[in-house]
Structures are given as C-alpha cells and as structure tokens.
Design a protein around this ligand. Structure first.
Ligand code: A2P
Length: 318
C-alpha cells in the first residue's frame, strides 16, 4: 500500500480556485502523480478541471494518479458521509478516489450543500458573533461509514488526518477496515516521532503536511518569517554540500525518514525543485541533526486558530 502512494505529492490547500485548474495541470505536467485535495480547500471543481485537461492531453492515465480527498467536519454523521464523498467525486470529475481521509477528529453541525459549500468552520457566518457548532457524532460512527467505501470501491484506501496517538489506539480497537494512512503536520520543528512510530507499528503509511514548516502559514498570520527552517545555517550548509536548495533538503529529510510529503507551490520552478528529491541521500548524521531541530512547534492547531478566527476554543492536541 505505501508503495503505491508516491512519496512526493502536490498539496492543494490555499490554492485560489481561479488559478487552481492551471496549477494542477502544470503539476501533473511537471510529473506529480499524487494530488492532495480536500472539500474544505474550496477548489475541488478547479482541481477536477486541471486533472481532466491533463488526462485529455494524455499526460498520464487516471490509474497513474493518486488522488486524495478529505471528509469535512460537518459531514461526520453516518448519513452525510456518502453524499460528501459523492460531491467531492462530482467536483473532481472522478469515479473513485485513491484515498479518502477524515479531515479532523472534529464533528461539527451539518450544513446542507444548498446553504453553503464548502461550509468551513463557523455554523452561520452571518451571525453577529459567528461560532463553531459542535455535533455529538462519535468518530466510530464516521469511521464505520468510511469503511463502506472500501467495499463499494468509491475510495480505494481510507484513513485519518490530525489524529493523536490516543485516537489511533481507539480507532484500531473498533475498525473492521483498518486506517491505511495517517496525515499529520510534520517538519523539522514538529517531528512527531512517537506518533509516526505508532502509526507505522499499526501498518499505516504516514503523510506529512506543511513539510516545509512555517512558510505555509505566513499568509495566514500564523507564523513568523523568523520561524523558517529554510533559513537555518545548518540546512543551508547541508544544501551547499549537496548542491541542493534548503527546501529540497527538508523534503528529502521528510521522505528519508519514511513519510510522504505534500509540498505546494504555485510556481513551476518550485514544483520541479520540490519533486527532485529522490536522487540524493542525506547522511545519518545529517538526518539526526535535522531531526534534532524539533521544538514541537505546531503551526496548524485548532486549539489556537479556532478561537482567534472562529470564536470557539476547540483544542484537540494536548
Ligand atoms: P509558493 O506557492 O509561492 O511557491 P507547504 O507545502 O509546507 O504548505 O508550504 C508551501 C509554502 O512554501 C508556500 O508558501 C510556497 O510558496 C512555499 N514554497 C514551496 N516550495 C518552496 C521552495 N522550494 N522554496 C521555498 N519556498 C517554497
């Protein structure tokens, strides 16, 4: 299973819908065969256009692509899981997904497609003080609904994102179809060694999102340029030894430690750069020195951003 999931994928979070079809087409043309999409990114129709154009031009076949998408928080109740996947498939113009993931271990009140799609985090954005509205759906109910896609073939693989070790243990206790992939934030400032080790012990493949660290969060005001690992002397030194860029060193570290990585870039030069990380090797000492940068800095933390952006304190990590 992990053999099929290309080590370097292309992340689609925060790519504006009006440029996303071109970006996806370019990414496929550059050689990406793994696309990391989600209903919540608000650009799946455009992703579908990009894929369609690439396939129509014969850049690759559908079966050469690995397409991941994610079930949004408002669709956790068992009756909403299939319609949510069908909506994603319709937008992507695909008959099946390679991987469908529970986006967050957070169940929010249902918002019908006609009211708003994607519904994002707050229940009613027109409210005087918009807030998230949680819904008491256990994750076991959502997982049971996800399992049906294995039998129907609508999703070839299923998994979870943003789960902690405790939630993984719990999930393994009731899963009939075990989760096959765990997607989590991971980069040199958040190495997540125990969680990754546990997921692998459970036979899961692990995908690291925000593999370059802070840079994904500048535009959201959730990180500071001073927090960039790309500017560290250590990373620059290794880059210069190997004649690679700092980003290539960080992505190589990510795949060499056994995770897949899903960097995003809207520029073709960086797309190429980020893909070209499979033809060189970091020494054990270099691997260790990058791992030692860990400071458990989590940029994507609902315990922080839900309160500041969506008026609701909603921690999921301790
Ligand atoms: P851009 O889209 O302008 O290239 P992540 O994938 O970790 O979420 O990070 C994405 C961010 O990092 C984006 O802001 C992207 O900017 C930037 N980025 C992507 N590739 C590189 C690279 N090779 N070097 C420096 N920054 C990069």
């Amino acid at each position: 299973m992990s053999m099929e999931l290309p080590e370097v994928g292309f992340g689609l979070w925060k790519i504006a819908a009006d440029e996303c079809a071109d970006v996806v087409y370019q990414a496929i043309k550059t050689g990406y065969r793994h696309l990391d999409s989600a209903s919540d990114y608000g650009n799946e129709k455009a992703v579908g256009e990009g894929i369609k154009r690439a396939l129509a031009e014969g850049l690759c076949q559908r079966e050469d692509l690995w397409v991941t998408s994610k079930l949004w928080n408002t669709y956790h109740a068992k009756e909403h899981v299939l319609p949510a996947l069908e909506r994603t498939l319709a937008d992507l113009q695909l008959e099946y997904l390679d991987l469908y993931l529970i986006h967050f271990p957070i169940a929010l009140a249902y918002v019908p497609f006609e009211t708003r799609y994607p519904p994002e985090w707050v229940f009613d954005p027109d409210d005087d003080s918009p807030e998230m509205k949680s819904s008491s759906v256990p994750l076991s109910e959502t997982w049971a609904a996800m399992e049906q896609f294995k039998s129907s073939g609508l999703a070839r693989h299923i998994g979870v994102c943003n789960y902690s070790s405790g939630l993984l243990h719990d999930l393994m206790s009731y899963a009939n179809h075990k989760p096959e992939v765990l997607q989590i934030e991971s980069h040199p400032y958040l190495t997540q060694e125990k969680l990754i080790r546990l997921a692998k012990a459970y036979g899961m493949a692990v995908t690291a999102f925000s593999p370059l660290g802070a840079s994904s969060y500048y535009e959201l005001g959730m990180a500071d340029a001073a927090e960039s690992v790309l500017d560290l002397a250590l990373v620059k030194q290794i880059a210069s030894r190997l004649g690679k860029s700092p980003a290539q060193i960080i992505l190589r570290w990510g795949i060499q430690r056994g995770t897949s990585v899903i960097p995003k870039s809207t520029g073709t030069a960086r797309m190429k750069e980020n893909l070209a990380v499979t033809n060189f090797v970091l020494s054990d000492a270099e691997m260790k020195s990058i791992s030692a940068l860990n400071i458990n800095r989590r940029f994507n933390d609902p315990g922080d951003f839900c309160e500041s952006a969506f008026g609701t304190f909603y921690p999921i990590y301790d």
